[in-house]
Design a protein around this ligand. Structure first.
Ligand SMILES: O=c1[nH]c(=O)c2[nH]c(=O)[nH]c2[nH]1
Length: 343
């Protein structure tokens, strides 16, 4: 018996690199500059293109790329990358229905539009039928290159930037119905402290060699994702809420909790506990964040002990010289959500 198959597909364009400058006068804070790597992926009714040579319902990924540049141009007011991702998501999920139904987007099938075309020669008009694709869903992912304004002689420069390290990311999913998911995050946020960290009381089995300690270096490269509670386009906050500012706030709360007060720090009994406290602080401080996921590899700094059988204790380690490693590393991650939130 011939098999029956269920086909699902999506297509889009990845790594569309776009920069946008908003040229404000120096008195208003100077130029704003962003560099984004955008990926757009749409779910659409173009299954015949997979199963046959019929491409008539495909929005070309080249057009998707061009749309990113056009929409960036149209953003004459400063936008955050979350807002830009929503603009793109709405564009792709509404564009093809607007032609036929005035924009309320309630088609469940691909639809046809009949257009009467008139020839300039005055010949009889003829009718052409277009089949428009239904984009039911769009996912837009953006990673920002961290250009930061420089300061010269302690004064913020009006149009000079240097590259920083950690990156702001976002992933936005928009459905034709208007339903929405906005996740934002941080990638490559490297944090280290030279003391106030230990690891004791863990399981000892016959392969355990790791000594217990209350004194070690702890280092990690945080990847964070958090979810905003806006579940429909209509719930999007109006202006004063700024996703970019919230990103800066979350970054600060994560670091402040990791390090503790500047003079004394805070003791970390495990990466697990520090991760939890960081996530909890984010949810406590920001009611507009519904859940937060943290991934914190434990990047080991191994105490160097020279010696061996012949020369035991040739050079004794005294919390001073370490061998930095990034492979292998511990992998520690958790998600913290509000108890009443639906994930
Ligand atoms: O903070 C830590 N958590 C662990 O789970 C772990 N495992 C390990 O070997 N060292 C550490 N450190």
């Amino acid at each position: 018996m011939a098999g029956r198959f269920d086909l699902q597909g999506r297509h889009g364009k990845s790594r569309v690199r776009v920069s946008r400058v908003w040229r404000r006068p120096a008195e208003a804070g100077g130029h704003l500059f962003v560099e984004w790597s955008v990926a757009v992926s749409v779910v659409s009714d173009c299954l015949p293109s997979y199963t046959s040579d019929d491409n008539s319902a495909i929005v070309a990924t080249d057009s998707i790329k061009n749309t990113v540049y056009v929409k960036a141009k149209e953003c004459t007011e400063v936008v955050s990358m979350e807002e830009f991702a929503v603009i793109l998501g709405r564009h792709f999920t509404s564009l093809y229905s607007q032609v036929g139904n005035g924009g309320d987007g309630n088609f469940s099938q691909p639809f046809m539009v009949c257009v009467l075309l008139y020839k300039s020669s005055g010949a009889r008009p003829f009718m052409k039928v277009f089949l428009f694709e239904q984009v039911s869903e769009a996912t837009v992912t953006i990673v920002e290159r961290p250009w930061e304004r420089v300061a010269v002689d302690g004064k913020p420069h009006s149009h000079g930037f240097k590259l920083g390290s950690e990156k702001h990311t976002t992933e936005v999913n928009v459905k034709k119905s208007g339903s929405l998911l906005i996740n934002s995050g941080i990638q490559g946020y490297s944090l280290l402290k030279t003391t106030q960290s230990g690891f004791e009381g863990f399981v000892r089995d016959r392969y355990t060699l790791l000594p217990e300690t209350r004194e070690r270096i702890v280092a990690t490269e945080v990847t964070a994702w958090w979810r905003y509670p806006f579940e429909h386009i209509s719930q999007l906050p109006s202006k004063p809420f700024c996703f970019t500012q919230r990103y800066q706030d979350v970054k600060k709360v994560l670091a402040d909790t990791f390090f503790g007060p500047p003079d004394v720090g805070v003791y970390s009994p495990s990466v697990q506990n520090t991760l939890y406290l960081m996530a909890r602080e984010v949810l406590t401080r920001f009611p507009d964040i519904a859940s937060v996921q943290l991934r914190m590899p434990n990047l080991h700094f191994i105490p160097v002990n020279l010696g061996g059988k012949e020369n035991p204790g040739l050079v004794k380690f005294a919390d001073d010289v370490y061998m930095p490693t990034d492979e292998p590393h511990g992998t520690i991650e958790a998600t913290l959500s509000r108890a009443n939130s639906k994930l």
